[in-house]
Design a protein around this ligand. Sequence first.
Ligand code: SF4
Ligand code: SF4
Ligand code: SF4
Length: 184
Amino acid sequence: MRRVDAAEVDALLPQTQCTRCGYSGCRPYAEAVASGAAALNQCPPGGAALIARLAALLDLAPLPLNPNHGIEAPARLAWIDPQECIGCARCLPPCPVDAILGTARALHTVMPSWCTGCELCVAACPVDCIRMQPWPAAAPPPSSTDNRRRYLAREARHAATAADRENELRQLKRRAAPDTGAPP
Ligand code: SF4
Ligand code: SF4
Ligand code: SF4
């Protein structure tokens, strides 16, 4: 196996962030593949074409897609049935690219051109009103570059929110602490 950087592997992955490979996203799987900890045949969205590219990059023999991780299938996108959505907003947190629009107690909808088809929102819906549909022939799914950019933007936003909360908590604790006269 040729030694490569995880970024080289990550650059080949579809970036749907679907977790079907058994990792929490494309980058962790890329790191596992680059280190030899994961096999190159665990990504159903990438399928046989991805396996061939990874095999060439890593100088390994291609393998068939491991069915334990799913099967290769045409791209799909999520659609929310407006008659059934109860506006609970539970589908928002799992979406890795912020493709779902909506606020609590309002109808939610999927921005089709942002949907990676990861299906992570489906299980979160308590009324089963999210359906996966085939991509329309006229419009290609979003590119891996767009998927990665949207995913990283979401991650950065979450990290900033967590840092703000941490900071607020620290200030609250400092205000609540008894004044001992000692330097902070
Ligand atoms: S597309 Fe899904 S299965 Fe493929 S590497 Fe990314 S998270 Fe894993
Ligand atoms: S809308 Fe659903 S299927 Fe589409 S990217 Fe978001 S979580 Fe994945
Ligand atoms: S989880 Fe289902 S019911 Fe709740 S807002 Fe999303 S689509 Fe609507």
